[in-house]
Design a protein around this ligand. Structure first.
Ligand code: SAH
Length: 394
C-alpha cells in the first residue's frame, strides 16, 4: 500500500482543524493515524481474537460523498457556511475541507455567493427568522451524479426558477435539486417535507457491480472506495456456499444483501427508515435480484418474530448505527443461532459490549478486520466474523 505522506507543515493545510473538530487525527501522518486506529481496535477487541492489520486507503483525502454545510452570518453580516463548532451553535466557516468531495465544496461556495446576489436571508436559529438553513450534497462516486438539497425554514424560495437556472449554469454537473422545508428548532438537518425541484429526486451509484438508488434521507456509506473493500471482505468472511438463508439486519438501501444475493439462496433485509427500504426494494428490482425481500421494521422486533416462529437462518450480516445493537436483537440472534454472524461496526466500544453478550451465549470470534472508512477522523470501523459453537437448537 502506498501512503501519501503529509509534510510536517501540512498541519496548517486545514485552517479550521481545531475549531471544526471533525478530524481529530488529521494532524498526524496517515501512517500514524492507522497505527492509532489499530491500537484502539486491539485494545478493545484482542480479548476476543487478534485483530488483522487495518486496511487503509491509498489516497486518504476528499473521500466523503456526503457533505453538509450550515448557513449563517458572521459578525460583519457576511454570509458564511460550514459546520457547528462542537458543543455550540456557532458556525465555523469551512472553505476547503480535506476529506470532503471537492465538487460538493465548490457547489456550496457558489451557493454562498448566490444567496448574496439573490438577496436571500440566512435562517436565524434563535429567532426563527430568515430562510436559508443548510445545504446537503450527496455525490455518486462512479456515476458522477450529484444531489443538492436546499434546506429552508419556510416553503418559498424567492425567484426559485432563476435560482435553479443560475446554479445549474455554474454547476451543470448537478443532476438533481431538492427543497427540504424544516421549520423546527432541531439539530436534525432534514425534515420529512421535501420536493424535487430539478431532476429525479435521488442519485444512483454503483458498488461491487450493482447499481443503487439513494434517496435524500437514506443511509449510504460515506467512503465509496473503502465500502467496496468493506463489503467484499464481509462477504468473503462469511464464506458462502450458495445454499444459505441470510439476514441483512440494519440493511439501509439493501447494499450488503443485494451484493451477497448471488452467493446465497435467499436474503431477508430489515431496516427502520421507510425511504431506505423503498430504495432497497427498487434496488433489488433494478439489479434483477429475485431472492431478496426487504421489511420496514425495527430489526430487534423483526428478529424476535423470526426466533419465535423458529425460522432457519444460516448467516446474519448486521451493520447497526453507532449505538450498536440492542438486547432484543442480540437475544433473538442467540435463539436463532445462525452458524455465522458477520458484524460490521463503526464504533468499537458498542461492538465490544455486544460481542461480550454474544460470546457468553456461545459465539466465538474468528476474525477481526479493521477497515479505515474515515481517514482524518478518530472513527474506527471493524468487521467481526463469529461462528456459533454452543449447543444446537432443539
Ligand atoms: N448496511 C447499510 C446501512 C448501515 S447504517 C449500509 O452499509 O449501507 C445503519 C442502518 O440502520 C441505517 O440505515 C438506519 O436507518 C438503520 N437502523 C437504525 N436503527 C434501526 C433499528 N432499530 N432497526 C432497523 N434498522 C435500524
Amino acid at each position: 500500500m502506498q501512503i501519501e505522506k503529509r509534510k510536517s507543515d501540512d498541519k496548517t493545510a486545514c485552517i479550521v482543524l481545531k475549531k471544526c473538530g471533525g478530524c481529530q487525527k488529521l494532524h498526524l501522518s496517515y501512517e500514524q493515524q492507522l497505527k492509532e486506529k489499530q491500537k484502539l481496535a486491539e485494545s478493545l477487541l484482542n480479548k476476543f481474537h487478534k485483530a488483522d492489520p487495518i486496511i487503509g486507503m491509498d489516497n486518504p483525502y476528499h473521500y466523503r460523498n456526503k457533505v453538509h454545510a450550515v448557513f449563517d452570518r458572521d459578525r460583519k453580516g457576511n454570509i458564511i457556511s460550514g459546520v457547528y463548532e462542537p458543543g455550540t451553535h456557532r458556525v465555523v466557516l469551512v472553505e476547503n475541507c480535506l476529506i470532503e468531495d471537492q465538487r460538493a465544496d465548490a457547489i456550496i461556495y457558489s451557493i454562498r455567493g448566490m444567496l448574496k446576489s439573490f438577496k436571500i436571508k440566512t435562517y436565524d436559529e434563535d429567532t426563527g427568522y430568515g430562510l436559508f438553513r443548510h445545504v446537503l450534497i450527496r455525490t455518486g462516486y462512479t456515476s458522477g451524479e450529484i444531489m443538492v438539497i436546499l434546506v429552508l425554514g419556510s416553503p418559498i424560495l424567492p425567484s426559485k426558477n432563476n435560482f435553479i437556472k443560475a446554479l445549474l449554469k455554474l454547476h451543470p454537473e448537478i443532476t438533481t435539486i431538492i427543497l427540504n422545508i424544516n421549520n423546527k428548532r432541531t439539530s436534525m438537518v432534514l425534515s420529512d417535507k421535501e420536493q424535487a425541484i430539478y431532476g429525479k429526486g435521488y442519485i444512483e451509484d454503483s458498488l461491487c457491480g450493482k447499481i443503487f438508488r439513494i434517496s435524500p434521507k437514506s443511509f449510504y456509506q460515506v467512503n465509496p472506495v473503502q465500502t467496496e473493500i468493506l463489503y467484499g471482505k464481509a462477504i468473503e468472511l462469511a464464506d458462502l456456499t450458495g445454499n444459505e438463508t441470510v439476514i441483512d439486519a440494519y440493511c439501509g438501501i439493501g447494499t450488503i444483501g443485494i451484493i451477497a444475493s448471488n452467493h446465497v439462496k435467499r436474503v431477508i433485509g430489515v431496516e427502520l427508515n421507510r425511504d431506505a427500504v423503498r430504495d432497497a426494494i427498487t434496488n433489488a428490482k433494478r439489479n434483477q435480484v429475485k431472492n431478496v425481500d426487504f421489511y420496514n421494521r425495527d430489526a430487534g422486533e423483526f428478529m424476535g418474530q423470526l426466533a419465535a416462529s423458529n425460522e432457519a437462518v444460516d448467516v446474519v450480516f448486521m451493520d447497526p448505527p453507532r449505538a450498536g445493537s440492542d438486547e432484543k436483537l442480540l437475544n433473538s440472534l442467540c435463539i436463532l443461532k445462525p452458524k455465522k454472524v458477520v458484524y460490521i461496526s463503526c464504533n468499537p466500544v458498542t461492538l465490544e459490549r455486544d460481542l461480550k453478550f454474544m460470546v457468553k451465549k456461545g459465539y466465538q470470534v474468528k476474525r477481526v478486520v479493521p477497515v479505515d472508512m474515515f481517514p482524518g477522523t478518530g472513527c474506527v470501523e471493524c468487521i467481526i466474523m463469529m461462528t456459533y459453537c454452543g449447543q444446537n437448537r432443539k
